[in-house]
Ligand binder design. Structure first.
Ligand code: PLP
Length: 287
């Protein structure tokens, strides 16, 4: 069965899908996106992803391509047509097609909407979580509006490439004051020697991860203490555990930072229990 993607009102074979050369997503990264986990034929935490999409669109004054109800139908349909029951669904909205001018098109043009589904076996993430991952650190060099989930991801691409070249899976950005902001495509956490969860406040220098928010719900339910504050790399290296969170990795333990072990250099029990409990508390929607 060939893969099918959704582009501006049509479901088309992957190899035939096209975007206009003057799409502003292509020329200016004038576009936003979301990635949702798909598990057992269900979309995980869809309401939170759609709420964040709405926020990103509003912040950039991009028109909605369609209502949430219609968007949910398109997401389901792309998953159904590709028979994806485990993996992810990606959606991107650009400001649309217009002659290349920096300012917004006037009158406004219709936004572009693309939806892609991909099968990824859950066992892949579980294997990484069993083993734990390494991260490298890199100076924060992104713009200040990283709270908006835009496709302007070149610093993230370069940071993650640096990670790959150093045998690591993620890069943690470090701000001017020496604090970790977040990963190239994930939020960053530590568990202190006292068992307190620490992660940076979403108001400063990070994307408010949907997985992060759901982990807050879970941690509260499990009676864990959370401190929303920045932490340094030294603090992370001497923490009991460290981990990343995102829709595609869930909570995945970090066992090495710039080659130095975190704690005893093995995945710890706190992140294991958060990972295990995640789907009990996340919202599921049948496709
Ligand atoms: N931070 C960044 C920069 C990201 O790109 C992502 C996900 O792609 C996250 C955090 C985690 O967000 P979520 O949990 O919604 O996937």
């Amino acid at each position: 069965m060939s893969r099918i993607v959704y582009v501006n009102g049509r479901y088309v074979p992957y190899g035939e899908a096209q975007i206009h050369v003057e799409d502003r997503g292509f020329q200016f990264a004038d576009s936003v996106y979301e990635v949702c986990e798909v598990r057992a034929g269900r979309i995980i935490d869809e309401p939170r992803h759609l709420a964040r999409l709405e926020r990103s669109l509003n912040e950039l004054r991009i028109d909605r391509p369609m209502s949430d109800a219609c968007l949910r139908i398109v997401l389901s349909e792309v998953l159904r047509r590709n028979r994806v029951r485990e993996g992810l669904v990606y959606l991107q909205v650009t400001r649309g097609i217009a002659r290349r001018e920096f300012v917004f098109p006037d009158p406004p043009v219709a936004p572009t909407l693309v939806v892609i589904a991909r099968h990824v076996p859950a066992s892949k993430g579980d294997a990484a979580a069993q083993q734990g991952i390494g991260v490298v650190t890199t100076p924060e060099n992104r713009w200040q509006r990283v709270d908006i989930k835009t496709t302007a991801l070149l610093p993230n691409v370069l940071a993650k490439m640096q990670a790959k070249e150093n045998d690591a899976r993620e890069a943690w950005f470090i701000d001017r004051d020496g604090y970790v902001t977040e990963g190239g495509s994930s939020n960053a956490w530590i568990v202190t020697q006292n068992g307190v969860l620490v992660t940076r406040p979403a108001e400063s220098g990070i994307l408010r991860g949907v997985t992060r928010t759901t982990l807050f719900d879970l941690a509260r339910r499990e009676g864990l203490t959370i401190e929303e504050r920045p932490f340094t790399i030294d603090e992370a290296k001497s923490a009991m555990e460290a981990f990343i969170s995102s829709a595609t990795t869930l909570a995945t333990p970090v066992i090495r930072i710039d080659g130095a072990p975190v704690g005893d250099g093995k995945p710890g029990p706190v992140v294991a229990s958060l990972r295990k409990g995640f789907h009990l508390i996340a919202e599921w929607r049948a496709i």
